[in-house]
Design a protein around this ligand. Sequence first.
Ligand code: PPE
Length: 308
Amino acid sequence: MAIPKAKWIWFNGEFVPWDEAKVHVLSHALHYGSSVFEGIRAYHTAQGTAVLGLEAHVNRLFNSCKIISMPLPFKRREISAAILETVRKNGHEACYVRPLAFRGYEALGVNPTACPVEVIIATWEWGAYLGPEALEEGVDVGVSSWRRIAPNTLPAMSKAGGNYVNSQLVIMEARRHGYAEGVVLDVNGYVSEGSGENIFVIMDGTIYTPPIGNSILLGITRGYAMTLAAEMGYPVVEQQISREQLYIADEIFFSGTAAEITPVKSVDGQPVGTGVRGPITKALQDRFFGILKGEQEDTYGWLTPMNN
Ligand code: PPE
């Protein structure tokens, strides 16, 4: 699906019209994957438009850059302000926000240090990531034949463009096999995550999710799901998960900014539990979306309203 165009893209501190936000073909990032990005959502709440997890996402952007030694030419508060300004200027009620930092055009050759670091912020309206029915009905997934990037090869904790070649292989294989998404195992064969989501596995009322050591991206939605689960009294355990646990789990769900909280209804053709969205997943979704619609109290201060 083509991205629905918005009016403006923030480009190195200035707003340029969507169709004019261009780079040179010899930009370093195009050749070597030297970029870092974020994905943020703004929601239409009862109190107006509000950005979810602004500070957490901006902090992760800076951490991702630090990990790959890509110094950003802006301060955190400048990026945060620019995100709010881009959402406002494009007049969205709700949208997805894509900040991207990349090594631009100057020198070529693997060493990026001579290339300028450029930053853009784009916004567009993006519906349910894994399809319109996915949030209620759940999705069919398959375990990927690709492994997640191994420790000390590429830095999984950095949301770096180059890492997403691995994710692309995973999602393309999954779609070829008729699945909505792939589940990737880490280099040791333990469950890591989806191509663009973290994963949770529920067994006997306990909620398990892989720890950082299993090569995951430290998802911000993952943190929200853990907080809400604890609030609702479910034990939450960060622990290595074996492949076969996926086949005998009562419930499985994905978390991510784009995917939000999406139930998984089958793995490798085996139904998860009874093959429909489970009760704990639904309870977490209800609380999560209740906050994001402004219908329930934003107890943890996750939302930044635009109208103040
Ligand atoms: N793991 C990966 C590999 C990942 O890309 C994401 C986000 C997550 C976990 C969940 O992280 P968080 O959004 O902080 O809860 N994936 C982003 C990109 C999706 C895309 O197709 O592009 C997203 O959800 O915005």
